[in-house]
Design a protein around this ligand. Structure first.
Ligand code: SF4
Length: 355
């Protein structure tokens, strides 16, 4: 059976070529055709001999993600729904903000962790994305943006650190100069608090950014909002973050979605400020995006401003992130959820939750 060539890192491709009696530097040429020139057929690889092109075509495929839907918001945010070869869909989002253009990428179909406020968790977990399915979103969004993406965040559907091996391969391919050539500091991994993944990320020889989705600063509330808490309580998570920071002088950002009447009180500000100061972390405050079917509401602006002020009074660096693309189901998992519902109605299998 043929393998997907874009699932291989540069080093893996070099090893494959060496086993075929080819010079390893050919791997760089192949990467250039795949990631710089966007070739989709081995016949286009004109810098390679006909013999090598035929050998590659006999062993590998070059896949592309199929665009199922594209929605554009009035604020310029564009959401893309890609259909995978085996049927399910994943989302990626392109978010313009001033001079920045951020690509938000998915790493799993659905999610195991079922956070109470998130659309991705609503339909359960189906499978991990492969390295080529992860980089495929980045390639498609880069083409869409005319090559001008400034940041890549792994904050779409799924828990990136729960798909660590494929994520790490995708990061290497995206970072390699022969690949997409994206600086590690321009890539951010977001975790809901998957402690074993944080420990593994610490060992990765790429200085990517880590962002921790906290959303609750005490055990009782985190238990209610984020079931991952039951396995990895706050103290374990904060200790893993401290270990991560110590290991390489790296910084962490805390993400905090403010939900009306849930996590924006004075006690919450005290708890969040304590954790942020302990980790010397900046806090990104995000106003909740409503998800149909979930019983959470958007807080009034005055409440968010007051919460921001409380944090600042407690010496926390706070950045307010605007929720973008509200008119296009931009909250993570909403668009894919819509299509999953359609697919289920059409008799396709329902995504299953891992036990
Ligand atoms: S917030 Fe992240 S970890 Fe939680 S259910 Fe959504 S995708 Fe999964």
């Amino acid at each position: 059976m043929k393998r997907e060539i874009r699932d291989l890192t540069l080093e893996e491709l070099q090893a494959e070529l060496a086993a075929l009696g080819e010079r390893p530097f050919r791997a760089g040429q192949i990467f250039s055709w795949l990631y710089h020139k966007g070739a989709s057929d081995f016949g286009e690889f004109s810098s390679l001999s006909k013999g090598l092109r035929d050998m590659l075509a006999a062993r590998f495929t070059i896949s592309r993600l199929e665009l199922e839907a594209r929605l554009e918001s009035s604020d310029g945010t564009a959401k893309f729904l890609f259909k995978l070869a085996d049927g399910p869909c994943v989302e990626a989002v392109l978010i313009p903000a001033g001079k920045r253009k951020t690509a938000c990428i998915s790493t799993q179909v659905g999610c195991k962790f079922a956070c109470g406020f998130c659309a991705s968790g609503l339909h359960g977990f189906r499978r991990n994305l492969t390295p080529s399915e992860i980089t495929g979103q980045a390639l498609a969004l880069r083409a869409e943006a005319g090559g001008e993406i400034t940041n890549y965040v792994f904050m779409g559907m799924g828990e990136p650190l729960d798909n660590f091996d494929n994520l790490a391969k995708a990061l290497r391919i995206m970072n390699a100069p022969e690949g997409m050539g994206i600086a590690a500091r321009r890539m951010t991994i977001s975790t809901a608090g998957y402690v074993p993944g944080i420990a593994r990320l610490k060992e990765l020889d790429l200085q990517v950014n880590l962002s921790v989705s906290l959303h609750a600063a005490n055990d009782r509330l985190r238990d209610r909002l984020m079931p991952i808490y039951r396995k990895y309580p706050l103290e374990k998570l904060v200790a893993a973050c401290e270990d991560y920071i110590r290991s390489g002088g790296r910084m962490i950002t805390l993400e905090y979605v403010v939900i009306q009447g849930v996590n924006g009180g004075l006690n919450d500000a005290d708890g969040l400020a304590g954790i942020a100061r302990r980790l010397r972390a900046k806090v990104n405050l995000i106003v909740y995006s409503p998800v149909p079917g979930l019983a959470f509401d958007v807080p009034p602006e005055a409440d968010v401003a007051r919460f921001t002020r409380w944090l600042e009074e407690r010496k926390v660096r706070v950045t307010r992130r605007r929720s973008k693309g509200q008119d296009i189901l931009a909250a993570c998992g909403q668009l894919a959820g819509r299509f999953t519902e359609k697919a289920e109605t059409a008799g396709r299998p329902r995504p299953v939750k891992e036990s």
